[in-house]
Design a protein. Sequence first.
Length: 95
Amino acid sequence: MTPTNEQSATSPAGAAVDIGDVDEIREALDASDKIDASRIEVSVDGTSVVLRGSVADSTHGHLAELLVGRYTSGVRNELRVDAGFREGADEPQPV
């Protein structure tokens, strides 16, 4: 996914997360066999990497947040649980 106009975030070591790092995060999400990241968008906003979109359940959302946490300490998880991924839910719910 294409990052927003903001292009840096603070990593655990204090270094900036650049567009290449965001691309690396996207690739890591896509490569994960524990997360269906097909509906997850990754962007940078100020000092945070932002996860938006939907996941099958809250576990996938938390796993995505943990994975991104390997690259930066600033993670904002705005993922929603999507009823389309699982039966019995009426509408997307916050992770």
